[in-house]
Design a protein around this ligand. Structure first.
Ligand SMILES: [Zn+2]
Ligand SMILES: [Zn+2]
Length: 175
């Protein structure tokens, strides 16, 4: 299938964030990206102990939905998400798969507790989406700090990574 990326809001998500993510996917990966209809957040993915949403369950749910015509799906959610081995994650993707998830929840605050500008929040959201999409293209975490596939555990990491893949990762991209 020809690559065509669907960007799907899960629950209430700022429209501008979704627009920025789709525009950056097209700009950096040179792939068509469409904004798809909003889907509801399955409350079964909410973890009562952690008070966050289980990213793996959300991704499994995405796999049950019909996104015909789209090779890969990047879902965007405003809620906090986690995977069992981490207290929280910014995003999650099936390595080499079709479905990824980006959470905006932790992008609205700087490390020192201050509020970032809207443009910085959008920049972080776009980087996250490009990173998770990299996993869908089967790119792994990269040791090079100047690479979008460098792992971001804290918000400063996300601020520091650039909008591009290093040469090694770029060569591994399927074409
Ligand atoms: Zn990653
Ligand atoms: Zn790299």
């Amino acid at each position: 299938m020809k690559e065509r990326i669907g960007v799907v809001p899960l629950g209430e998500v700022p429209a501008l964030a979704v627009d920025v993510i789709a525009a950056n996917i097209t700009a950096y990966y040179r792939l068509p990206a469409d904004i798809l209809l909003k889907r509801p957040i399955p409350e079964s993915a909410f973890d009562e102990a952690r008070l966050k949403y289980n990213a793996g369950l959300l991704i499994n749910m995405l796999g049950t939905l019909d996104f015909s015509g789209y090779s890969r799906i990047v879902a965007v959610i405003s809620r906090d998400i986690f995977i069992p081995i981490f207290n929280y994650v910014y995003g999650q993707a099936v390595q080499g798969g079709s479905h990824a998830l980006v959470s905006l929840y932790r992008l609205n605050r700087n490390a020192d507790g201050s509020t970032p500008s809207a443009s910085l929040v959008f920049e972080r959201a776009a980087k996250l989406a490009l990173h998770e999409l990299g996993h869908l293209f089967n790119l792994y975490h990269c040791n090079e700090p100047k690479c979008i596939m460098h792992f971001s555990g804290i918000i400063e990491d996300l601020n520091k990574i650039p909008f591009y893949l290093c040469g090694d990762c770029a060569r591994r991209l399927p074409r």
